[in-house]
Ligand binder design. Sequence first.
Ligand SMILES: C[S@@+](CC[C@H](N)C(=O)[O-])C[C@H]1O[C@@H](n2cnc3c(N)ncnc32)[C@H](O)[C@@H]1O
Length: 455
Amino acid sequence: MSETMLKKNDEVECEIERLGVNGEGVASYNGKIVFIPFACVGERVLAHVIFDKKDYFVAKVVKVLRESKDRVQAPCPYFGKCGGCDVQHLNYISQLALKKIIVETALNKYAKINAKVNDVVASEKQYRYRNKFSFPVGCDVDGNIKIGMFKKNSHEIIEIEDCLLQSERAKKIISIFKNFMISQNVSAYNESTKKGIVKHIVVREHAESFILTVVVTDEKFNNFEPLITQLNNEFNSFGIIKNVNKLNNNVIFGKEDYFIYGLSELRIDEFNLNYSVNNRSFLQVNDYIKYKIYEKIIDSIKDHRYIIDAYSGAGLLSAILATHAENVYGIEIVPEATKNADELKIKNELNNLTNICGDCAKVLPELANKLKSDFSLILDPPRKGVSEEVLGAVLNSEPSQIIYLSCNPATLARDLNSLKEKYEIEYIQPYDMFPQTANVETLVCLNIKDQNGRR
Ligand SMILES: C[S@@+](CC[C@H](N)C(=O)[O-])C[C@H]1O[C@@H](n2cnc3c(N)ncnc32)[C@H](O)[C@@H]1O
């Protein structure tokens, strides 16, 4: 085949040169990039072109012609079909190396930062590490119930009996729930007809307990007794919450929660704190990595008089910090999360902790002005990163130290690009919060530059 004529549905032999940000193999063909998911660096593959875009191709591996030593047999039968994992075909050392490169590449590309990136801190467990799952519920054309994960970039449900990122217990819960729906003739929601009852099941686990949230379209649905009986036959400590979501959108939870049975909260004892989480509270999904990150943040804090924890969620980190510092302020926009944070504060008598419900863009400048730059700042924003207003407020108030925790290397790099004029990097430490996926969590510690009497 002539090199210039490659097009959709052609087959082509490619050499994989590197991995992309989603863990996919990247080759080049006549100067144009070819993205080939599930291929490893150094491999030669026969690939089938599925998209022919202006600047790149996307192709599927037909056959690995020369295999990399980094390739392993993916243990999950759904790998490559469901949208969950990206890199089960890579050995774990290569997954960690990939994540370090993803962080280095983003920092270099978006911020021209070439500072040393530490080796990625590995997860204790490479499978079955998640403490929460959320599975859509639907049915096939014959009406058979399907519980599983969406296929990548689609709303087609791939039925899954056992997700290897979840606990063994999750497998049993899924099976019991499916039996319950079949035996009780409970319908699954159908996105096309907009009919049917159950849309999602969400499970949060801790130690021996779990809370199952059943997301339904009809608040009148109350036939939970058979489910309670079946779960009681298997488990000692659990709760059931009904959540009602009538909207046909991509948001899992609706506004209304109804307590049905057993536990409404999970009690957790860690970091010398006693706290409870409900079915909605934000918590990091990998307990071991969460511990490692929070430990590192505590060790890194230099000024123990004032700490601002911006984007503080349900307040766990703020509370931990309050056991190590004189005054801590948490800022969080979601009222329920701030309520959780206040409960945590009261339960643990943390009188030096102030939880503020509001937008960081508004609250941070006021607070920073009051504290006159004598504070350490934690930034733990969502994937979209820190807003321009917040960055402006940070640069104006010049906290002596910033500790930035990010789940998105691209927005982290963009924000560091703004901060680098006034701050220097002490360390960049990535963590493997999500083994088998291409996601990486990164902690960056920054100190204000002390030049020409700036401060
Ligand atoms: C990645 S979570 C951080 C949670 C927390 N730091 C922890 O470790 O558990 C980001 C949090 O930022 C909150 N958030 C998003 N935009 C915000 C804003 N403009 N102002 C304040 N909080 C915001 C979200 O509600 C979410 O709880």
